[in-house]
Design a protein around this ligand. Structure first.
Ligand code: AMP
Length: 409
């Protein structure tokens, strides 16, 4: 008799109106299927499913109303089943869920039960946009496969090692504690993965390497990682703090918010929308896509140039700050959409920092590749690395390690 070893993990990233998913086989980290459902709850919902488990299989797309997350996940399950990858397969070991906010309690991936769900729910006031959708995704997946381990992997977990000196805001301690106000940080799965991959690229153990990770996507954050342990990160109570982002302001004098409420008649919600959705690059120049901004700069557009300069100025400040926090830096790693692809951003961010041991090889920096690579000159004291992030793989690895630790032996 042959027994099937469960080595597959379904990774779900549930947003308020979307679900992204990947099915991986952890024997070789391969993708069996990837896809997304978007505009859930609208008439124009869309499911795009790409099977990768056989040669020549084509991407499929469905449009038409998908009422809620339950309907979305059922539709995903149908698509997977059509490729022989159904959720009822004995090879499926677990479902890994991205959960944005794990507060202070969740420092590691966690098997979901009712008590864990209740705690994620208790964190909704500090993550009102994200945690409710994550909870819905988990509940729906549990209803479909109640017998299967559901693992929550938290965006904040990697940052829970930050010392209190970095994690606390300098505000009244009682108020802060009563309302759980502190710096949590986000993108933790990416910072964990990229800092580890950077050590590998340098041929060293993570414990022996200090890295500044710059996750520059539409959302952006920096982290200072000492010997594999996060000691500071740029996002705070919410993802608004820190770097200039696609649509978020990043660091700003909090008095701007009071001023706008008192003087411009804006409500707290108006200011929230302004700073999260209408600021950053889009607020500065009308575009949040770095490709478009570079194109406009090449045509001599001054607003686009100023937006780029402000973005780079902030990035440089964080590189300097985290250099000081770490004391010794072995590598700076660029990742995510902008960090992996925008050579001019990398070039401008480290320009003039030769005294800090940073020197780019401009030819290497221009090379386009999906592989992790070093783009600094061989004699530079600090390596500059481009390391493609892979949050789904990291979630899947953490999920199988917890749900079925012996399945890969
Ligand atoms: P992410 O949030 O990691 O998916 O990153 C999305 C962002 O990456 C987009 O808003 C673009 O600004 C940026 N991006 C993607 N490809 C390129 C590219 N080839 N050059 C510059 N920026 C890019």
């Amino acid at each position: 008799m042959t027994t099937t070893t469960a080595t597959r993990v379904l990774v779900l990233n549930s947003g308020s109106s979307s679900v992204k998913y990947q099915l991986l086989d952890m024997r070789d980290d391969s993708r069996l299927a990837v896809g997304l459902v978007e505009r859930i709850g609208e008439e124009t919902s869309r499911l795009v499913h790409t099977p990768l488990n056989r040669e020549g299989a084509e991407q499929r797309e469905r449009t038409g109303p998908i009422a809620d997350h339950e309907a979305a996940l059922k539709a995903v399950a149908d698509e997977l089943a059509a490729d022989g990858l159904g959720l009822d397969s004995p090879e499926l070991a677990a479902i890994g869920h991205r959960v944005v906010h794990g507060g202070l309690r969740f420092t590691a991936p966690t098997v979901v039960d009712e008590e864990v769900l209740a705690e994620i729910e208790r964190l909704v006031p500090v993550a009102p946009l994200h945690n409710p959708a994550n909870i819905t995704g988990i509940r729906t997946a549990r209803a479909l496969r109640p017998d299967l381990p559901q693992i929550a992997v938290f965006d904040t977990a990697f940052h829970t090692t930050m010392p209190e000196s970095a994690a606390r805001y300098a505000i009244d301690t009682e108020v802060a504690d009563a309302h759980r106000i502190r710096r949590y940080g986000f993108h933790g799965t990416s910072h964990a993965y990229v800092s580890r991959e950077t050590a590998r690229l340098l041929g060293k153990a993570p414990e022996d390497v200090n890295v500044i990770v710059l996750h520059l996507g539409n959302g952006a954050s920096a982290s200072a990682v000492r010997g594999g342990v996060c000691v500071d990160t740029s996002m705070g109570l919410t993802p608004l703090e820190g770097l200039v982002m696609g649509t978020r302001s990043g660091d700003i004098d909090p008095a701007v918010a009071f001023h706008l409420q008192r003087v411009a008649g804006m409500s707290a919600d108006d200011v929230d929308v302004l700073l999260n959705k209408k600021s950053g690059l889009i607020g500065l120049c009308g575009d949040n896509d770095m490709r478009e901004i570079r194109r406009r700069i090449d045509e001599g557009d001054e607003r686009a140039q100023l937006a780029f300069d402000i973005y780079i100025h902030r990035l440089k400040k964080y590189i300097g700050a985290y250099y000081a926090v770490l004391g010794r830096v072995d590598a700076i790693a660029f990742t995510a959409g902008v960090g992996e692809n925008a050579a001019p951003v990398r070039q401008a961010a480290v320009a003039g920092l030769e005294e800090l041991g940073l020197a780019l090889d401009s030819e290497l920096n221009e090379v386009r590749s999906g592989e992790p690579r070093i783009v600094s000159t061989p004699y530079a004291r600090v390596a500059v690395a481009v390391v493609p992030t892979d949050e789904e793989l990291e979630i899947a690895r953490q999920t199988i390690a917890l749900a079925a630790p012996n399945s890969l032996d």
